[in-house]
Design a protein around this ligand. Structure first.
Ligand SMILES: C[S@@+](CC[C@H](N)C(=O)[O-])C[C@H]1O[C@@H](n2cnc3c(N)ncnc32)[C@H](O)[C@@H]1O
Length: 281
């Protein structure tokens, strides 16, 4: 059997199950099972597929048909050039969160002295670990409610050689974290509870704790807005990712007396998604 024929059949099967992007999903699964680059599959559809590779591919294709996220099947997700191990203990890092991490990096570049950052709700550690890689002297605290997620993030930190500058704290509030931090960056759970049952199967395979932001989706974000000012250095910033229609609403909750600068930013698909607030100092 050739790769091209197998891919054609697999794409039909995934499409019949309503899987998004059946082509790229099938290509990634087959390329990984064969141990070749995905682009090579496209360039050489006549490549033969060994029975052993076909067996692995078939098992993985069934998982994809059942609605498992591709990253869980592959066991990794790339995030701004870092390859992170991910599995069902953590949310799969999203492209828009790469933009959030970029905003935090832009802010840190404006700061002087010993830098420290808090990644609140760290999940796989994507944001905090990438920032630690990007800024060789940065100290990073990754805070997380889920012990299982912390285990995953800590393994990623070790794998990336970042343990000396990254610490992990298990907590469900900012209260035990004194800082002070130059930046608090967070992609909190922000999906309103009532919306969750209607989400796609891929998303429903991810930890509910990573999704459920309470009645209006703003439980954790609201807590961060209230408690962040006393944990930031003078002139420090809180930078958050939120869902559609939430960023402006949250920005309006930042009192002018405390927050010297407030902005919202759109993501690359044009959704007003990020909130940036900088305190006086
Ligand atoms: C949307 S996920 C983000 C994960 C990761 N930062 C990313 O962007 O891929 C939210 C994370 O916050 C954690 N979390 C939920 N409620 C929390 C709370 N009250 N305190 C700390 N972490 C919380 C979840 O376990 C989950 O790992």
């Amino acid at each position: 059997m050739t790769a091209g024929l197998i891919l054609t059949e697999a794409v039909k099967r995934l499409a019949a199950r309503g899987v998004d992007e059946p082509g790229p999903n099938a290509q990634w699964l087959l390329a990984t099972a064969m141990g070749v680059e995905r682009l090579r599959l496209l360039a050489e559809p006549d490549l033969p597929v060994t029975p052993a590779a076909l067996k692995i591919f078939e098992q993985h294709l069934i998982l994809k048909e059942q609605g498992l996220p591709l990253a869980y099947i592959l066991g990794w997700q790339d995030f701004r050039g870092l390859r992170l191990k991910v599995d069902k203990r953590v949310l799969v890092p999203r492209p828009e969160t790469e933009e959030l991490a970029g905003l935090a990096a832009d802010f840190l570049k404006t700061r002087k002295g010993e830098l420290s950052a808090l990644d609140y709700g760290a999940g796989s550690g994507a944001i905090g670990l990438w920032l630690a890689k990007e800024f060789p002297a940065l100290r990073v605290t990754c805070a997380e409610k889920s012990a299982r997620a912390i285990n995953c993030a800590a393994a990623n930190s070790t794998e990336l050689g970042l343990d000396a500058r990254v610490r992990f704290v298990r907590t469900a509030t900012l209260a035990p974290l004194k800082g002070p931090f130059d930046v608090i960056v967070s992609n909190p759970p922000y999906i309103p509870t009532g919306v969750i049952p209607g989400l796609a199967p891929e998303v429903l395979s991810e930890p509910k704790m990573a999704l459920d932001g309470g009645y209006d989706g703003l439980d954790v974000a609201g807590m961060l807005v209230r408690l962040a000012p006393r944990r930031l250095k003078p002139g420090g910033a809180l930078i958050l990712e939120l869902g559609e229609a939430q960023a402006k609403k949250l920005a309006a909750l930042l009192p002018d007396a405390v927050w010297k600068e407030k902005k919202t930013f759109k993501d690359l698909s044009g959704i007003e998604r990020f909130v940036y607030g900088r305190i006086n100092g």
